[in-house]
Design a protein around this ligand. Structure first.
Ligand code: HEM
Length: 162
């Protein structure tokens, strides 16, 4: 089945990243009704990789104290997990394709199959991600775009009822 929460097949690494306007990576950051700044990706709008490093770090601070989710994560490789999430999110929002180079196609739903994700896990995950987004205080339209995506993607990752 098509992986509906990850970007379409990315161009080869040598191709300049100029995503078509309808893909998530090129989500215009202007509010509806305003003229979007042509070609500005969310990645650029938030200042690039440091934003995504801080976002993943804040998210994993929440995971570190979450009794439901923490046991699912690799205790001997939390830095690696943080690194993977950083690169995935940066790529998804229009940044470099380093995630693809390191990990291949995201296939996030398939990659989450080993972990039981029910409504409880989904909601805990979303709680930490929305707290992380709030902490970084991105522009309102970026925050809304990210939260819309995370709500949809977290539900898409659910693989059991409870
Ligand atoms: C809904 C609840 C979710 C749970 C409980 C969950 C849990 C996990 C766990 C336990 C891992 C393994 C950590 C690692 O070694 O990297 C993982 C990996 C990952 N998750 Fe999630 N996740 C959830 C949702 C999401 C969502 C919504 C996204 C993206 C928007 C996401 C993105 C990732 C990425 C990029 C990886 C690393 C994949 C790889 O390259 O191996 N997760 N997740």
């Amino acid at each position: 089945m098509a992986d509906d929460v990850t970007p379409p097949a990315a161009p080869p690494a040598t191709t300049p990243v100029a995503a078509p306007a309808e893909t998530p990576v090129a989500t215009p950051v202007a509010a509806p009704g305003e003229a979007p700044e042509e070609g500005v990706t969310v990645y650029e709008a938030v200042g690039g990789m440091p934003f995504f490093q801080r976002l993943a770090a804040a998210f994993y601070e929440g995971i570190a104290v979450d009794p439901v989710l923490l046991p699912m994560y690799p205790s001997d490789d939390m830095e690696g997990a943080q690194h993977r999430l950083t690169l995935f999110l940066a790529q998804f929002w229009g940044g470099p394709l380093t995630y693809m180079e390191e990990r291949g196609h995201p296939m996030l739903r398939a990659r989450h199959m080993p972990f039981p994700v029910g409504p409880t896990e989904r909601d805990h995950w979303l709680l930490h991600m929305s707290a992380a987004v709030e902490r970084l205080t991105p522009p309102g339209e970026v925050r809304d775009a990210m939260m819309n995506y995370f709500v949809m993607a977290a539900e898409a990752m659910r693989n059991k009822d409870d």
